[in-house]
Design a protein around this ligand. Structure first.
Ligand SMILES: [Zn+2]
Ligand SMILES: [Zn+2]
Length: 563
């Protein structure tokens, strides 16, 4: 079925497999299957709509509205909501049923959901479990001594990064898994002491590498396998390598910037694989591993029979249109940030831990079952708009609301971006679909102007900093540095300065937000283009747009090239 997206005008195809999966995902209420319609928006617009709710990394100091204590929250102090510190929010000092209400069949569902969302106290941070000395982090599980890292689990002594699993002492990363002592890496797995590197696995003590596996002591190399002492893809002796590294002044900001440009240019000589990933069977997408029979999934591991899923790193089955998470997740549709033994979820945001049969709800967890339009419930079942019903009453009322939503055109759609609690620029939508303020407003998104104050003894333009870290005094910790790109002031913290000194790295000249955007701009978009292999002309689907300068090989040609 060929459709035209009413939002971006792109034409998109809803395939027979999509329809089959939607049938499998259609909720059964009162012993009757309520079919999900084919999506109205294209995949990108659906993803953007979900992401406009997802504030993973904009956090602010503010007060808890229950205790008055100073806390850190994803809600800036100027937001109109009540915000409770997360331990209080999960505690017994308030009752989400107090905000319960009847459903009004004369009004659209989403309008009524927004009123509930505006009244229920909000969770300060989306953090599961206890963190240790990591107040300024969010969207994570089990982190210790970390600062400004987001979306992941298990990290110790890490700063400034997004998406991680099991990392130690890493700084400025995007998508780091099982890495240690890495800096400015993108999509690296099981790497140790790698700097300015991308898409590499099982590598150590290397600089500026791309698509390398099992390498150590390599510099400026691409597509190498099990190599040591290579510089710009040429084999050197140990002595030559060490001599080269000695003359490379990595403490100099200018030297490093020049090297980034040089390596980017050099890498263009080496082909990239149509799609990155290992151990997949019958999949399309990118950055996929150990996955099977899945279509157009990106940054996912262990997904099976899934369509249009993104960032599900810990496994999913029979799901469509999910951004973030997984872990024994089955039969879920049009949801964001859901996981841990969840099944039969539709239109959910931040619903987790044993949730089953949940429709259009947010912030519900811990063995919840049969909820519809609920916010902030734990250990509850058969509730609608935060009101308790009997099992029979639930089935009857839920069925009537579904029929109502079919008439209003809301059934099968995710919440409209207009009811998101965040400015577009505070959410991950800005990372994946960056917009200027005026354009975002024209498209109906809200925009946050709030900025946490930066306290400092003096302000210095980043361009005025001494070139070498060796010449930066300790006093830099008291300075507000003005970002070269955005003019936004930022500070360096002590632990971070020690890292730069220990590893002979330059001090960043850009605000952490801009560094995050820069890394994600290097990551390929969640979009597949039809192209042909630059070697054998076979037709391929790739995240490299046809106009990009890289040479793209099909998997077969790529493997012949690198092995
Ligand atoms: Zn669209
Ligand atoms: Zn080929």
């Amino acid at each position: 079925m060929q459709k035209k997206c009413p939002k971006c005008s792109a034409s998109f195809n809803v395939t027979d497999e999509d329809i089959l999966l939607l049938d499998k995902l259609s909720p059964v209420i009162n012993s009757k299957k309520h079919s999900l319609p084919a999506p109205t928006l294209c995949f990108s617009c659906r993803l953007q709509r979900r992401l406009a709710f997802y504030n993973s990394r904009s956090i602010y100091p503010r007060k808890c509205d229950l205790t008055g204590k100073n806390i850190v929250s994803i809600y800036s102090p100027d937001k109109p909501y009540k915000v409770y510190e997360r331990r209080e929010w999960y505690g017994d000092n308030w009752d989400p049923f107090e905000y319960g209400r009847d459903f009004d069949f004369n009004r659209p569902f989403f309008d009524q959901f927004k009123e509930l969302l505006d009244s229920v106290p909000h969770l300060s941070l989306t953090v599961l479990g206890e963190t240790v000395n990591s107040e300024f982090t969010n969207d994570n599980l089990i982190v210790k001594n970390c600062y400004l890292i987001f979306d992941g689990e298990r990290a110790e002594d890490c700063m400034y990064g997004h998406t991680f699993v099991g990392i130690t002492s890493c700084l400025d990363f995007a998508a780091a898994v099982d890495c240690e002592l890495c800096y400015e890496t993108i999509h690296c797995n099981n790497c140790y002491n790698c700097k300015y590197s991308r898409y590499s696995t099982n590598c150590s003590d290397s600089w500026f590498i791309r698509d390398c596996i099992g390498c150590k002591n390599c510099f400026g190399c691409a597509n190498l396998r099990q190599k040591q002492y290579c510089i710009f893809n040429e084999q050197k002796t140990k002595e030559e390598y060490e001599k080269y590294l000695e003359q490379f002044d990595s403490t100099s900001y200018k030297t490093v910037q020049d090297m980034i440009n040089k390596t980017n240019e050099f890498f263009l000589k080496y082909p990239v694989k149509e799609c990155r990933g290992e151990q997949n069977v019958d999949v399309t997408g990118n950055n996929l591993n150990q996955s099977k029979d899945s279509k157009d999934c990106f940054d996912c591991n262990k997904v099976q029979d899934c369509h249009y899923c993104t960032n599900c790193l810990v496994g999913a089955k029979d799901c469509s249109d999910i951004h973030i998470w997984g872990d024994s997740m089955e039969l879920c549709y049009e949801s964001c940030v859901i996981g841990v033994k969840t099944q039969n979820l539709l239109g959910c945001y931040y619903v987790s831990q044993g949730a089953d049969n949940i429709l259009y709800s947010m912030y519900c967890s811990r063995s919840v079952k049969n909820l519809f339009g609920c916010i902030g419930l734990r250990h509850k079942s058969n509730c609608i708009f935060n009101k308790q019903y009997s099992a029979e009453e639930y089935e009857d009322l839920a069925e009537r609301i579904v029929e109502h939503m079919k008439k209003t055109g809301e059934w099968g759609e995710f919440f409209p971006s207009s009811i998101s609690g965040f400015g577009y620029n505070e959410t991950m939508a800005q990372t994946f679909f960056p917009l200027e303020k005026d354009d975002a407003k024209k498209l109906g998104y809200s925009w946050s102007e709030y900025q946490s104050p930066v306290e400092a003894d003096r302000t210095i333009d980043a361009s005025k900093l001494p070139d070498s870290t060796n010449d930066i005094p300790d006093d830099v910790l008291n300075w507000a540095i003005v970002c070269t790109d955005t003019g936004k002031p930022f500070k360096i913290i002590r632990k971070e300065l020690e890292f730069y000194r220990d590893h002979k790295l330059p001090i960043p000249r850009k605000h952490p937000d801009q560094r995050h955007y820069d890394r994600f701009a290097i990551k390929n978009p969640y979009h597949l283009w039809d192209r042909s292999c630059d070697k054998c002309s076979k037709e391929i689907k790739t995240t490299y747009a046809p106009e990009r300068p890289e040479t793209i090989f099909c998997e077969e040609c790529y493997l012949k090239e690198v092995y």
